[in-house]
Design a binder for this molecule. Structure first.
Ligand code: NAD
Ligand code: MN
Length: 498
């Protein structure tokens, strides 16, 4: 079928879609060993999409054992990089060939607009797999600078069995930021998607097998974090744990690693990113467009959301008015309508969290500029308006805690030093935006920001060539770029006396 062009075409594709909720272990779909399942509910309309396998410790043991067996057999881990490259590129192509189906699964499962599920999530996931695959046969090992009668070899080896625990906001994309480098470097992987959005991870397990990733190398275990996620994090035979999710769970995973086998733990966690607009911003309209997108895109369920807008006094009123006007275009619509740019939030629990922060903002004395309400309740789904608060102080709950919804806190400042102080006054350090025409102010501010990413006269830039990750309690290690390969390889020094 050609790509649907209207909401009703997408709806008819959805009506005919086969949705698989099973685990994938050793190259086969199967129920959880306990046969337990949980309901996968669409936030678009409250409809039950399917029952999903509720994996637990026995499934984790089985998947890790299969991952280990595949790793030790060398069928993938000892394959030549050029061969692994070809398979990874085929895997990327299969995502692209199934992009309508994958986008639809993502939209039904977590409520994001179909246009972005396709153009951002599925396209980005395929790019991540392809980029990692293309890189793997272009990386050389090293020789140490030794004396004439010695050779010091410095080589990279895959770590072994990697457990990847991923969140619900970009389910397929976050999974593929891990799978790309983890598989390209020769590891076996046990992927645990979020219980709120397991469907695309389950689907691509088959595509990986079809692409030529040998059975046992990629296993997918849907289930709850505190059961199967915990079992993987405590597992004595998982070598490396990679995670994207909240700071709270990230900290817990470090504890689990310490309590078990000291597995390596790499964490991409939360954020409360400052977007700083100086009086001399080169184009206030462009800053407003970016600021609106930075809080409304993906319903604000973005780790790098520009959730704190730091604005210098001279442009405050004008900027807030411009942002209010921009946000009119970001009102939630039906996620399967191709024109919709903002959809449902992931589930009712997340809606309640967002509404409770909006209440807290009002109670703390912040001024509601726009939004603030749940909408489209009659649909049975969960939707909330983009919301802006001004007169926010950085100590208020809405400014210090990650909301993970479309709620913007506008904080006023005067001068570069105050902007930097407010920007850095957070436990997080993921990303920041800076808007100024003064090149030295831009660089000084960028250097002073304790964040892993800085965008100047821009917000949320980057591609596979640039590392992604945070300082402080936003995590450690980096996804994307060649730096991501560090997480999936051990370094071996082999010293030879001639
Ligand atoms: P979460 O921490 O609740 O869950 C993330 C994953 O961890 C899920 O798969 C969940 O099942 C699992 N989990 C939960 N409890 C667990 C436990 N005790 N042991 C093992 N696994 C467990 O996060 P979320 O709500 O799914 O995602 C939102 C969070 O993700 C936000 O904080 C956001 O900032 C963060 N995030 C970060 C990035 C990044 O790259 N820095 C990207 C996207 C999202
Ligand atoms: Mn869901």
């Amino acid at each position: 079928m050609s790509t649907p062009k209207t909401r009703s075409e997408w709806e008819s594709l959805a009506a005919n879609l086969t949705i698989n909720g099973q685990a994938f272990i050793d190259g086969e779909y199967r129920a959880a060993l306990s046969a337990e399942t949980f309901a996968c509910v669409s936030p678009i309309d409250g409809r039950v999409l399917t029952q999903v396998a509720s994996c637990d410790l026995p499934d984790a043991n089985l998947a890790v054992a299969n991952g280990r067996r595949a790793f030790d057999s060398g069928v993938w881990s000892q394959q030549s990089p050029v061969k692994r490259k070809q398979v990874m590129i085929r895997f990327a192509e299969l995502l692209e060939e199934h992009s309508d189906e994958l986008a639809l699964l993502e939209t039904l499962d977590m409520g994001k607009p179909i246009r972005f599920a396709k153009s951002v999530d599925v396209a980005g996931a395929a790019r991540a797999l392809r980029w990692s695959g293309e890189a793997i046969d272009k990386i050389y090992d090293e020789l140490a600078p030794t004396a004439h009668n010695e050779i010091g070899m410095i080589t990279r080896e895959p770590v072994g069995v990697v457990a990847a625990i991923v969140p619900w906001n970009f389910p397929l994309l976050m999974a593929c930021w891990k799978l790309g480098p983890a598989l390209a470097t020769g590891n076996s992987v046990v992927l645990k998607p979020s219980e709120k959005s397991p469907l695309t991870a389950i689907r691509i397990a088959q595509l990986a097998l079809d692409a030529g990733i040998p059975k046992g190398v990629l296993n997918v275990l849907p289930g709850f974090g505190h059961t199967v996620g915990k079992a993987l994090a405590l597992h004595m035979d998982v070598d490396t744990l990679v995670f994207t999710g909240s700071t709270k769970i990230a900290k817990q995973l470090m504890i689990y690693a310490g309590e078990s086998n000291m597995k390596r733990v790499w964490l991409e966690a939360g954020g409360k990113s400052p977007n700083i607009v100086f009086n001399d911003a080169p184009d206030l309209k462009a800053a407003a467009v970016a600021a609106a997108e930075a809080i409304a895109f993906n319903q604000g369920e973005v780790c790098t959301a520009g959730s704190r807008l730091l604005v210098e006094s001279g442009v405050k009123d004008e900027l807030i008015a411009l942002i209010g006007a921009e946000l009119a275009a970001w009102q939630p619509g039906h996620p399967l309508d191709p024109d919709t740019v903002s959809g449902a939030v992931v589930d009712r629990q997340q809606l309640d969290t967002i509404l409770s922060y909006i209440k807290a903002g009002k109670e703390a004395g912040a001024t509601l500029v726009c939004g603030g309400e749940q909408v489209h309740a009659e649909s049975g789904g969960v939707y909330v308006e983009p919301t802006v608060f001004m007169n926010v102080h950085n100590q208020m709950k809405i400014a210090s805690e990650e909301i993970f919804g479309p709620v913007l806190s506008v904080i006023e400042f005067n001068g570069m030093e105050e902007a930097i102080a407010i920007a850095n006054d957070t436990i997080y350090g993921l990303a920041a935006g800076v808007w100024t025409s003064d090149i030295s102010k831009a660089h000084k501010t960028a250097k002073a920001l304790r964040t892993g990413m800085v965008w100047i006269n821009h917000y949320d830039g980057g591609d596979m060539t640039a590392p992604f990750g945070g300082y402080k309690q936003s995590g450690n290690g980096r996804d994307k770029s060649l730096h991501s390969f560090d997480k999936y390889t051990e370094i071996k020094a082999t010293w030879i006396a001639l």
